[in-house]
Design a protein around this ligand. Sequence first.
Ligand SMILES: Cc1cc2nc3c(=O)[nH]c(=O)nc-3n(C[C@H](O)[C@H](O)[C@H](O)COP(=O)(O)OP(=O)(O)OC[C@H]3O[C@@H](n4cnc5c(N)ncnc54)[C@H](O)[C@@H]3O)c2cc1C
Length: 463
Amino acid sequence: MKTMTTLSTLLGRSKERSAYTLGRKAWLTLGYLSLMSLPFLATLTLNMEPQGLYATTLTVINTLAMMAFYMQFPLASRLKRIPLFANIDWNISHHKKVGQWLGVIFLLHPLLILAPRFMVSFNDGMHSLISVITAPQMLTGLIAWVCLMIWILTAIFKDALKMRYETWRFSHMLGFVIITILATLHITTVGSHGQFQASFNIIWWALCAASVTMVLYNYFIKPLSLRSQPFKLLDVTQVSRTDWQVTIEKQEASDFTFAAGQFVWLNTSQHSGGVKEHPFSIASCQADLPKISFIIRNLGDYTSKLNTLKVGQNVYVDGPYGSIGLAESAQAKAIVLIAGGAGIGPMLSLLRGLAQQNDPRPIRLIYGNNHLNQMVLQDEIKHLEKTMPNFKQQLVCATATDDDAIYQGVIDTHCLEQTLNALAPRDWTVYLCGPKPMINAVNKSLKSLNIPASHIHYEQLSF
Ligand SMILES: Cc1cc2nc3c(=O)[nH]c(=O)nc-3n(C[C@H](O)[C@H](O)[C@H](O)COP(=O)(O)OP(=O)(O)OC[C@H]3O[C@@H](n4cnc5c(N)ncnc54)[C@H](O)[C@@H]3O)c2cc1C
C-alpha cells in the first residue's frame, strides 16, 4: 500500500494521531539514506591518502552504490519487525527504482575508471581496457559486472520475456546472491574505489554475509516456522465468471491476526518454502477470525487451478503485510472505497470492518469491472446497503447493461463526481485497489477533484 501518513503509523499501527507532520515516505527515505551513508561515513574515520577530485568523487559514488546494492536485500525481504523495512509496498517499489539506478551506475563504473586514460589518448585507454579485461584478478569483477547487467535487464523486461514468474523469481534470487559474493570479492581485492584498508573490508564482508543471511532466512528459516502453524483450506467457491472465494482457517494455537486491508503470501503447495507463494489481500474482517477469506481472480497458471485444491489441505500463510487500514480514515468525515476487478478483496475487508463497527459516516463503494457477471458477492453488498443507511454502492461496468443504475464505462472523473457529489472532497478518505493502469487513472481523477494526496491510500495488485 502506498500512502502518506505519520510517524506513529510508520512505527506501529497506532490509531492515535501523531504530532509529527513529516509523511511516512519522507521518514522512510530519510532512514534509508542515513543507513546507506554509513559505510561512506565510516571511511571518514580512516587515515587515507588524499586523492584528486575525480578519484574522490568515484570513491564516494562507489561506496554509496555498494551500500545501496547490499540494501536491496532488506528491501526485497519481508522484515516486518524492522520498522524501516516493514512497509513492503514502499520497499518493493524502491527496490525496483534503486535497482535501475544501480544498473546505470555499475554500467558506467568501468568506463568512469578508464575515462582518464582515454583522456590521455585513445591508445592508452584501449591498452588499459584490454589489460583490465584480461587480468586474472579482474575476473570476479568482470563476471559480476556482466551478470549484473543481464540480471537487471531480465528484471526490467521480465513481463516481455514471458518467463514463468516463479522461474524468474528463483533465478533473480540465486543470481543476485552470486553477484553479491563476486562483487564483494572484487571490492575487497582489486577494487580501488571502494576498498580503503584491509580492516575496512570487514564491513563489506559483514554486509555481504547479512545479505546472504536474509535470503537464507526467507527461503529456509521462515518456512520452518510457517510449517509449524499451517492453516487449513475450508472452501473454494466460484463467485463470479472470473473470481474465486477462497476460505482458510487458522489453528486455535496460532496468534495470527491482521487489520482490514492487509495482504498475505499464500502457499498452497506441499512445502512452506520456495517460490510457490502468491500475494493476496484478505477480504474478510477481523471478526471473521479464525476464518480468513480471499477474492481471487483467475489470471494465470496458479489462479486458474484453485478449484483443484483439496478441502482440508494445509495452506501456509506469510503475513500480514501492507500498511493500509481503517486507522488512516480516523479523522475523515466520509469514506470512499474504490475497487477495480480483483481489487474488491481489501475493499470488502474495509467495508466489513466498518459495518462491524457500525460506523455512522457516509461510506461509498465504487466497484468497476469489464462485465456485469464479474461483480462478486452482490447479495451481501446489497444487504449491507439495506442495513447501513449511510452506505451505498455504485457499480461501474465497461460493457453496456440494461440497468440504468450502473455507470457505463470506467471509473473516471465524471463517475466520481456523480457518485460523490453530496460529499465535500477535502473530508474524504479514499481507499483504492486494482490493476496498475486503473490506479494511475483514478489517482489522476481524484487529483483533479482536489483530494489531497494524503487522503488517498492505494494498493496495486502487482509489485
Ligand atoms: C499486494 C498484492 C495483493 C494482491 N491481492 C490480490 C487479491 O486480493 N486478489 C487477486 O485476485 N489478486 C491479487 N493480487 C495479484 C495476484 O498475486 C496475482 O494475480 C497472482 O499471483 C497471479 O498468479 P498466477 O500464477 O495465476 O498468474 P501468472 O500469469 O503467473 O502471473 C500474472 C502476474 O501476477 C504477478 N505474480 C504472479 N505470481 C506472483 C507471485 N508469486 N508474487 C508476486 N506477484 C506474482 C506477476 O506480476 C505476473 O506477471 C495481489 C498482488 C499483490 C502484489
